[in-house]
Each structure stands twice: as structure tokens, then as C-alpha cells.
Design a protein around this ligand. Sequence first.
Ligand SMILES: Cc1cc2nc3c(=O)[nH]c(=O)nc-3n(C[C@H](O)[C@H](O)[C@H](O)COP(=O)(O)O)c2cc1C
Length: 189
Amino acid sequence: MPDLLSLLELRHSVPSRHLGGPAPDEGQLQRLFAAAVRVPDHGKLVPFRLIRLQGENKRIWGERLVELALRKRPDMSPAKLEKERLRYSYAPLVVAVVARLQERGKVPEIEQRLSAGCVAHNLLLGAYALGFGAQWLTGWAAYDPDASRLLGLAANEHVIGFVHIGTAQDEVPDRDRPPLEEVLGTWTA
Ligand SMILES: Cc1cc2nc3c(=O)[nH]c(=O)nc-3n(C[C@H](O)[C@H](O)[C@H](O)COP(=O)(O)O)c2cc1C
């Protein structure tokens, strides 16, 4: 396993269509999930939860989303429909990372969403550390109230992302990264 800094330097997404089986085994997954939820959390609100989509239930989830998409856009092109059909078919495991926002109190919503975002990023890093590939996707379903109901979310819960996890089926190159000088400055008085 690479050290933590090398992991940060090397990790990149594997697009979901390049993912397939096997998924991490249950022991690896328990370790991955336990590590992923160790995130900064203002007020210790635990403003997140994870929902696993796998096996037959993942297939049904994908089918129900296609039905939902078709209800909303009956004129969808065959190419778009095919994309919808395949969306959840590649990776053997998809983890919905959900922000559960506590609306009362002093911790702004954005901070709670950021904590949940850290969980999603930890899943990417942890999957990579275990030798698997992963990608963080949202897509329309992350923002659609009907899809949220299908997932069983409460009114204060929002999908931060669907993290697709599996084994890279082929070599995926890294992408260009922003030059450090573009994003790094030093404040001077
Ligand atoms: C919140 C969030 C949502 C994203 N949703 C999508 C998406 O719906 N479709 C997509 O192609 N990429 C999406 N991406 C981008 C990919 O997850 C990923 O960042 C990109 O493919 C490669 O970046 P990486 O190699 O640094 O991980 C999203 C990224 C973030 C942070």
C-alpha cells in the first residue's frame, strides 16, 4: 500500500464505464467505510450517511431510474436512454453518500455538506489504497426529488454523490492537473 502522500499524488478516478468486478470483499468494505467516515465535522453532527447499492438491488435501482427518466422525458433520444440504462450497470458497488442536514443550530448547511463531501472523497482514496478504482458521480438523480424518495431519503437529506467502486477493466491514464502556480498564492499585507 502506498504511503498517504503518494496516494494523494497518484489517485485519479476510473470512469464508471471502465469499472467491473470484483468489488472489495466484505472485510475490505467494512474497513473502507469505517475509514471513510473519519472526517472533519463541525459540531460533531454526523451530517452524513451511506447507502449501499449492490447486486440485484443495484440492478432494480438502475431500472427504476430509467422508468423515472422516461416519465419525465418521454421523448428522450435512444442514445440518452441507452446511457441511462447503463449508468448503474458497470461498477459492482455504488455508494450513495447522503448529507443529512441539521437545520437548527449554529453550523451552516454548507459546512455539513462539506463534511459529507469529505466522506465521498475518502471513499475514492480508500478504494484506491485497497487497489480498486472509483468515481464520484452525481447526474440528474442526485438532484431529483423523485429519485431521492426512491432512495428513501428524508426531507433534510440530499445526495452528495454516487461513488462507483470496482476493479478497473483497463488502463486509465491520469488527467491533466492544474499547475500549482495557478492555484497557489501567498497573501501579503
Ligand atoms: C461533486 C462531484 C460530482 C461529479 N459528478 C460527475 C458527473 O455526474 N459526471 C461526470 O462525468 N463527472 C462527475 N464528476 C467528476 C468525476 O468524479 C471525477 O472528478 C473526474 O472524472 C476525474 O477527476 P479525478 O481523476 O481527479 O477524480 C463529479 C465530481 C464531483 C466532485
